[in-house]
Design a protein around this ligand. Structure first.
Ligand code: THU
Length: 126
């Protein structure tokens, strides 16, 4: 799957976002090492701290289906700025694949890519 196809999956996933509070839909498409794709969207809650981001939704779907090694994640938000993963999502993803690629897309098809280890240096582990 090309980067653009993965980003298109992330954009489609953003359409399912449940965002009555922020009105900021985000979608993610996570590619496992064997090529399987899991998508996710952000799911908000009246108890705002219970909100789950698109990236963690996709990651939990993948891990709960037995996948623990990831190649790439595409993240899409219809925003002026790139939607880079929040701190909690960086920590969550780095647990599994510190070397994965993170593609951050925005409206119009432009995107930037990072290595997760570059976004999350000096990770916490025990
Ligand atoms: N959000 C994500 O889904 N992913 C990110 O990387 C950043 C933030 C969501 C959480 C919340 O529903 C909304 O965007 C505004 O913070």
């Amino acid at each position: 799957m090309t980067d653009r196809e993965l980003m298109s999956r992330a954009r489609e996933a953003s359409m399912n976002a449940y965002v009555p509070y922020s009105r900021f839909p985000v979608g993610a498409a996570l590619e496992c090492d064997d090529g399987t794709i899991y998508t996710g969207c952000n799911v908000e809650n009246a108890a705002l701290g219970s909100t789950i981001c698109a990236e963690r939704t996709a990651c939990c779907k993948a891990v709960s289906e037995g996948h623990r090694s990831f190649r790439r994640i595409a993240i899409y938000a219809d925003s002026e700025n790139w939607c880079t993963p929040c701190g909690a999502c960086r920590q969550f993803l780095v647990e599994f694949s510190p070397d994965m690629e993170v593609l951050c897309a925005r409206a119009g098809g432009r995107y930037v890519s990072y290595k997760l280890s570059e976004l999350m240096p000096g990770i916490f582990r025990f």
